[in-house]
Design a protein around this ligand. Sequence first.
Ligand code: FDA
Length: 497
Amino acid sequence: EPGAHVPALVIGTGYGGSVAALRLAQAGVDVHMVEMGMAWDTPGSDGKIFANTTSPDYRSYWLRTRTKQPLSNFLGFPIDKDVPRYTGILDAEEMGGIIVYQGRGVGGGSLVNGGMAVTPKRENFGAVLPSVDADEMYSVYYPRANSGLGVGTVDPTWFETADCYQYARVGRKHAQRSGFPFVFVPDVYDWDYMEQEAAGTVPKSALAGEILYGNNYGKKSLQKTYLARATATGRVSISPLHKVTSVAPATGGRYTVVIDQLNTVGSTTATKTVTADRVFFAAGSVGTSKLLVQLKATGALPGLNSEVGKGWGDNGNVMCGRANHLWDPTGAVQSSIPCSGIDNWAAGGAFAEVAPLPTGIETFASFYLSITKNPNRAQFSWNASAGKAELNWQTAWKQPSIDMAKTIFDKINAKEGTIYRTDLFGAYKIWGDHLTYHPLGGAVLNKATDNYGRLHGHPGLYVIDGALIPGNTSVNPFVTITALAERNIEKIIAADL
Ligand code: FDA
């Protein structure tokens, strides 16, 4: 309610926000979560909550009138189409030299992501979060995060014969023939459910190509895990279609939080003000960084230090496809949930997921999303005349990622006598170097905050999302975001409340 007071206000309902809400509530603190996206709990006129990847509609994009599909072309032809402007689930946010894809709604990125739940190799952790005690992370917080998220792995026996993973078996064959380690990748998808989909006994989700615009069945998004447990405490309330626009000190050590209520075309229908004892920034790397840079530059939070906005990276994301020979079909029905990868991190700085192309037809293509050790870092700054935060990432900064991915795919192509696909990202364009799914950093741990996410300069303000992580996790990021949030909130509850 406008004018209300809350002990803890959480901005955003993704991984960091959901962990904070659950643990605070369990410690007896009432929590209010503010989420700019929709609740995603009500079916549309087709009886489904989420739209299919192959037929985007009004539900699919955040306030766009035309889709912005990550694979913009097929067989060289552009596939984007007009859609009604709506507060849809996937934001393709154009930040100058890069399009940053993000989930919008209660559950954040867990609504739209592939569910790949990967714990970094222990030997890589020091480079990911240098100020964090690795022993503690691997003995306590990674296990806690994996259990809270419901992480599992495909049954290796079923994998060998499942039609929907023919593409992954082709990926394995090609990787191994070139001498690369091939690994199974854990996922939060319900693997028993997927086997039932394949058997034809339940409604299909992964096997119907659902992924980018939400999964109607099978995927354990945060709505089914952390957020379900948080709301079951009776201490957590959530306001969807509410966007935080300001946080500033109030009397008594509290903070005044200004919130716009949105309608489904994105217009502000009301502006509300609440006070909070503590505010947790969990708006995602981009959302949190944009807010903090704005609040520092406009004088609302003058105590924030000069690290705010810095250390942003794209987790080295780069995509590519390979054209297979006709004797290596990858399957007409592909599970939209990837289950495997090629690990060349130590030798070449690249970890490549063998990704699906769930088009419903045989493509003879192998498709990969590589996570690479790209060293480039960008910075957010406040553009006062435009009234918005901007990011200085350059498209050319992806070149190290392309070079690292080539350590895998040039070798495989040479061995197999195959070539790159040139029809997926434009006409005659090999590399998907214009985007990231994995924004990280902008309010880096132990720099913009202390070693537990307390923002310098303003007691009672915390960062608890991907903004804490300095640009790269060596694997898909959400398990690390969750584990770090578990670590930090435990300390904050013990020491600050
Ligand atoms: P997250 O982005 O999840 O949540 C932030 C929330 O805050 C959002 O719901 C947003 O709407 C809300 N918000 C922002 N600003 C706000 C404001 N001012 N007021 C109110 N609310 C606000 N990772 C992985 O590990 N495995 C995978 O398989 C994939 N696959 C994948 C696919 C695709 C298509 C995408 C887009 C992303 C992935 N990811 C992934 C990445 C993963 O989803 C991502 O790293 C996490 O969701 C980030 O978690 P956070 O808690 O940082 O923020």
